[in-house]
Design a protein around this ligand. Sequence first.
Ligand code: FAD
Ligand code: UDP
Length: 393
Amino acid sequence: MSAPPGPANDRRYDYLIVGAGFAGSVLAERLASQHGARVLLIDRRPHIGGNAYDEPNEAGILYHKYGPHIFHTNSDQVWDYLSQFTEWRPYEHRVRAMVRDQLVPIPINRTTLNKLFDLALQTDEQAAEYLASRAEPVEDIKTSEDVVINAVGRELYELFFQGYTRKQWGLDPSELDKQVTSRIPTRTNTDDRYFSDTHQAMPLHGYTKMFEKMLDHPLIDVRTGVDFAEIKDQAHEIADHIIYTGPIDEYFDFRFGKLPYRSLKFDHRTLNEEQHQPVAVVNYPDPSVPYTRISEYKHLTGQDSPVTTITYEYPSAEGDPYYPIPRAENQALYKRYEALADSTEGVTFVGRLATYRYYNMDQIVGQALATFRRMDERRKCLGEPLATAVAAE
Ligand code: FAD
Ligand code: UDP
């Protein structure tokens, strides 16, 4: 998995795919299994799986190197596709927020209100009435502040969202697109699940095993520890077509300037206790706490062990790019790169970093499957040999 491709082991591939996360791996699998294409898949990290990579640590606990990844989707198509490569462990994600020295459900629900304000709201109607009495209607909801103030009012906004968001993004919610906090609903019932999708589960043996199965195909060669920058000049000698899933600004040598991405530092710790916290994730919206959340993996995996592994997340401006930052000026810069990408022949840009979209795993799988479908239609429509058909993508 380590020798970089080059003149010494020159072999022509149909595709060079950059990045072995969901976007790159799904496309590698589809193109090899459905088109009989020869694929070289590279990643600069020493492993496959992208940000979803998990591995057992020294204590034998399966942990997520890049923070907790919980699978959820409403798409049967995405669910059925991934189910070819893994069995699932049923798991519904629950999160608590540490607010005023109490652990309360987030998304805010009836239990949150009762606990925090010492109320006895019994029904959805009572909770809705209570929230309506606190909410400050915003006519034109544009920002992530507007979304929350409009739903629950300023006090709850400050307690749950403002501090967390400022830490997570280095920006006030008023400076972020509404899509960021719109991810979190407000509930009047007592449902304390983080997601309400029809499919919620964890890959039974972990994400990395699922990726290994996906990429286990004789027409797919995987080389980890290889940066595209090292082979960029020869890329079109290696393969007819490139699929690029890394940061789009980096591909174009930051021609229009850097696209902002938010990073995180992960502090993984193994503790000599069986369970550290009551749920997999506890959020810390308090601005005086430097981290945003603590995750405990055994809740996700159901692993049995006398010890447990947790991860603290510290947001950071420096480091690997993890999150595109949704706000108008960044989108405008991305659009310039996108126009450049559209006019660049022989390269397809897919994935969270390459399309600068705050997408979950299932949305990236959906995006990659849609990209494959377009390639497939073009190939059928042209009725041409593979290489010619894809070069026109
Ligand atoms: P990535 O997984 O980032 O893969 C891109 C790969 O390309 C990387 O491995 C990178 O090393 C490689 N690469 C980049 N540039 C180069 C280069 N020049 N040369 C070689 N290789 C290169 N989604 C959910 O659905 N549920 C969750 O609970 C969830 N939790 C998350 C928690 C965190 C902390 C983060 C950061 C994300 C989370 N996500 C979650 C989102 C999820 O990680 C992404 O949707 C998904 O991993 C995106 O897949 P991708 O293939 O587009 O990108
Ligand atoms: N958020 C918040 N407080 C919380 C949970 C979420 O302010 O307790 C905001 C914050 O801006 C966060 C966004 O809602 O970045 C989306 O939350 P999500 O849990 O979906 O973030 P991710 O898992 O992508 O990091």
